[in-house]
Write a protein that binds this ligand. Structure first.
Ligand code: HAS
Ligand code: HEM
Ligand code: CU
Length: 573
């Protein structure tokens, strides 16, 4: 009999060799560090939700001892969740997958080095964050100024992620040289494209931190130009959302069909999606700066159109992944136009986490299109609508997907078992419910004019009480409580699993869940269809991506550089 064709290598079940065990340990370190950051970050979230429910808890003595201000808490929340959790998880995930996919040996010392470097950066940045010396919010816009340790630590963290990117691209390149004429396997393709995108995207942030913020915070320069710094920040700041999203897409394409019992529809289409993200993720950042002066409307409008264009690979994903789910449900006996949905394995938390994440992203994506439309942007910009938007993108589409992944990844890496599928499911469904209620409350308040990043519950901010916000405030407060309960259940399951003894060989009981595929890409480039051949030269696509971002950002940045208005720093905390 012939095995069904999957998106993975022919024999994904491997022996636990010494090298494989070590690779698994490194991956586990990345993933556990990520979730420790999320644990602390997420505990602060409900306090902020209560604030947007009109309830001020920041004067309680215990809390006052821990957090100097609402803004210290908000800085910790944003940095730990959106920057630390994501980066550590993704670095482990997108290192492990291509190494296994290509079946190669890697330099494990180098892999350990990048982990240690990233963690050192995190610890360095954590000191000023925890001592209220870097209360700058996760966007750290100058002229707000923090301790140099914060910028240096953040810089080291990003540099470490670039080394992981380099290692993955290197092993792919070695594989290409050893296998001329072969099509890059799908999972590796997606990982390499994502890392290449991140290398183009991170240039803005690296320049901002290394050239501007570190010398300035060390007192070597007298001031910085806030608009130039902010523009470089958003060069990276929009594309970073795809650095958070694409690792979830990798799971939705390659693994979710397997959990559902169906097939991936098309490898060539999946490759097209990632090629489009590589090209188009970065030159769109000005949609965060519609209201900023000194940047011409022409460039803002160009970035707006490019933003609409970058929604297309997500729409391709929506239809393609939905078709995989329908395929799975019909194979399980599902019938009817929508009736098939009931036949999906909703009781499996690995599956439900990721599909609920997708559903949240339908709404999150739609909100993104609203934000990107320059006519609507002034209504929603800097209001509570925006946190509403990103808690159902990064806070659910990404986070809930990663939660679903660890339910199989930890057993796979360690040979331990998920202690309770019921509790895992309860955590997943309450996270989804909590975030949907949160998003409703926050979008609604935003439309009524409630600003983001504001301690509106503090005495003295009575101005918002005159708005008709009682109902959305109540929804937001309730959502914070639901999410707290959800987080407690999730972390209980996660840590019970991590602390339990190893029961079997993870490779045997929980092999990599590669999906079967309906339209494979084929193995030989010469026989592959046109789309496969056009998307294969990733290095050329990478160069094209770099040129496109230079074209779309070069004149804007140059204009700001030739007209710099350096200002001294502020300490507002
Ligand atoms: Fe966004 C602000 C525009 C996507 C995150 N965004 C933010 C901020 C964050 C963020 C953190 O144009 C705040 C930054 C700050 O602090 O100031 N965003 C977009 C657009 C998209 C988008 C056009 N955002 C994301 C993703 C994020 C994220 C992804 C994180 C992971 N965003 C903006 C704009 C702003 C902004 C403006 C600035 C606002 C302002 O004024 O400050 C697009 O990429 C969205 C495309 C998505 C879709 C949806 C596809 C749906 C899929 C699911 C299918 C479902 C299935 C399930 C298959 C078109 C793929 C079926 C189920 C069955 C049961 C059958
Ligand atoms: C901001 C609540 C989880 C990322 C906020 C705000 C609230 C909130 C109310 C707005 C604060 C303001 O604008 O003043 C929560 C709750 C959570 C949660 C209740 C769940 C228990 C997450 C997760 C992520 C995340 C999982 C990402 C992985 C962020 C970011 C900000 C934010 C980046 C913006 C910080 C800033 O403005 O500098 N959160 N959140 N949150 N949240 Fe969450
Ligand atoms: Cu954006």
């Amino acid at each position: 009999t012939t095995l069904p064709r999957t998106v993975g290598p022919a024999a994904p079940v491997a022996e636990d060799t010494v090298a494989l065990t070590r690779l698994k340990t490194i991956t586990q370190y990345y993933v556990v560090t990520a979730f420790l950051a999320l644990l602390i970050g997420v505990l602060i979230g409900p306090l902020q939700a209560l604030n947007y429910g009109g309830i001020n808890v920041y004067d309680f003595p215990l809390l006052k001892a821990l957090l100097k201000s609402y803004y210290q808490g908000l800085s910790l929340h944003g940095v730990l969740n959106a920057l630390v959790f994501t980066q550590f998880f993704i670095s482990g995930w997108l290192l492990y997958l291509p190494v296994r996919d290509l079946g190669v040996r890697i330099n494990l010392r180098f892999a350990w080095f990048t982990y240690v470097m990233m963690t050192a950066g995190l610890l360095l940045a954590a000191v000023p964050l925890l001592t209220n010396q870097a209360t700058l919010l996760y966007t750290f816009y100058p002229p707000m100024e923090g301790s140099p340790l914060f910028y240096i630590g953040a810089g080291i963290m990003v540099a470490a992620s670039l080394l992981v990117a380099g290692q993955v691209i290197w092993i792919w390149w070695q594989w290409k040289r050893a296998h001329p004429g072969r099509v890059t396997p799908l999972v590796t393709y997606m990982c390499v494209a994502t890392w290449m995108m991140w290398l183009v995207a991170s240039l803005g942030l690296v320049t901002e931190v290394v050239v501007m913020l570190i010398p300035w915070s060390l007192g070597l320069t007298a001031g910085v130009d806030p608009l130039l710094a902010k523009t470089l920040f958003w060069w990276t700041g929009h594309a970073i959302v795809y650095f958070w999203l694409l690792p979830a897409y990798i799971s939705w394409y390659a693994f979710v069909p397997h959990h559902a019992g169906g097939r991936l529809i098309s490898e060539p289409l999946t490759r097209l999606t990632f090629a489009l993200f590589l090209l188009n993720s970065t030159p769109v950042g000005l949609h965060h700066q519609y209201s900023d002066p000194n940047i011409s409307v022409l460039w803002k409008v160009l970035h707006m159109f490019l933003t609409f264009l970058v929604a297309i690979p997500s729409l391709l994903t929506a239809f393609s992944v939905a078709a995989s789910l329908e395929d799975a449900a019909r194979a399980r006996g599902g019938r009817g136009i929508v009736g098939w949905i009931r036949y999906l394995p909703w009781g499996n938390a690995i599956f439900s986490a990721q599909v609920l994440a997708m559903i949240s992203f339908i709404l999150g994506g739609a909100g993104g299109i609203v934000n990107a439309s320059s006519t609507f942007a002034p209504v929603v910009h800097n209001t509570a609508w925006i946190p509403g938007h990103f808690h159902i993108t990064v806070g659910t589409a990404t986070t809930l997907t990663f939660m679903g992944i660890v339910f199989w990844l930890i057993p796979h890496l360690t040979g331990k078992r998920l202690p309770s599928m019921k509790l895992a499911s309860a955590a997943v469904w309450t996270w989804f419910l909590g975030m949907m209620v949160f998003a409703l409350g926050m979008h609604w308040q935003g439309l009524l004019g409630v600003p983001r990043r504001a301690q509106i519950s503090a005495t003295g901010s009575d101005v918002y009480r005159d708005l008709p916000i009682a109902v959305p405030q109540m929804l937001t407060a309730i959502s914070g409580v639901i999410l707290l309960v959800s987080a407690v259940m999730f972390f209980y399951v996660l840590f019970r699993m991590l602390l339990s003894p190893r029961v079997d060989q993870g490779e045997v009981t929980t092999p990599l869940p590669y999906s079967e595929v309906l339209s494979p890409a084929g193995e030989q480039l010469a026989q592959a269809n046109r789309l496969v051949r056009v998307t294969e030269p990733l290095l050329a696509l990478w160069v094209a991506a770099l040129l496109l971002v230079l074209l779309m950002y070069g004149p804007v940045v140059l204009g700001l550089v030739t007209d710099m208005q350096p200002v001294p720093g502020w300490k507002l905390y």
